[in-house]
Design a protein. Structure first.
Length: 203
């Protein structure tokens, strides 16, 4: 399967193919406090919005983002870690520089357990996870921006999870905009809802 098909697969929610200037993404409305995470959900999809409380660059070059939000008054939170190494590439004839690396969803405690439980509720998957796993590692490919340095501007990432079984394969989008304190967790396709929950839950 070609890279365009992988990144923008049919029959699912997908961003428009990026232009050569896609790395200069427009700025979104800044957040000043943790929002109701479903405030920007589109019809038919469940896209969650978090307030970036903290961004840290570690000694190994990795970057940690702490996001927080609420759902019906319930506090939610998670940490996302961008790996230290990102391999530059290109996207077909679009002339867009892409970056490939690792993205880890890490539990921040009970607020992350609540995040996964709310996600299970919104998705209607009825898997009833009791806790989020300590860490879940994804392969990430940028669709815009430079994940090596989040201070340069908005970054849009598509994440892939594989554990060896076809039923466990999952995809989702993660967008980060430091200047606006925005962390977005967007779903790719309804068929990935159960695999996403299974990937993130504690074993």
């Amino acid at each position: 399967m070609g890279i365009l098909s992988i990144l923008f697969g049919a029959c699912s929610k997908k961003p428009a193919p990026p232009s050569p200037t896609a790395t200069q993404a427009h700025s979104s409305k800044p957040l000043v406090a943790p929002p109701e995470v479903t405030v920007e959900t589109e019809e038919g999809f469940h896209d969650l919005l978090f307030y970036i409380q903290e961004h840290r660059r570690q000694s190994d070059g990795s970057q940690t983002i702490r996001g927080s939000g609420t759902h019906k008054g319930r506090p939610l939170g998670l940490e996302i870690i961008l790996g230290p190494t990102w391999e530059a590439g290109s996207l077909g004839d679009i002339e867009l520089v892409t970056y490939r690396g690792t993205v880890t969803y890490r539990s921040a405690g009970f607020e992350s357990d609540a995040f996964l439980q709310v996600l299970d509720e919104l998705y209607g998957t009825k898997l009833n996870p009791t806790a989020m796993g300590t860490e879940t590692r994804f392969t990430g490919i940028s669709l815009g921006g430079d994940p090596r340095d989040l201070t340069k501007g908005p970054v849009k990432l598509k994440l892939f999870f594989e554990s060896g079984g076809q039923d466990d394969y999952a995809e989702l989008f993660t967008n980060i905009e430091l200047a606006a304190h925005r962390l977005e967790v967007h779903e790719k396709d309804e068929s990935y809802r159960s695999p996403v929950i299974r990937a993130l839950r504690a074993r």
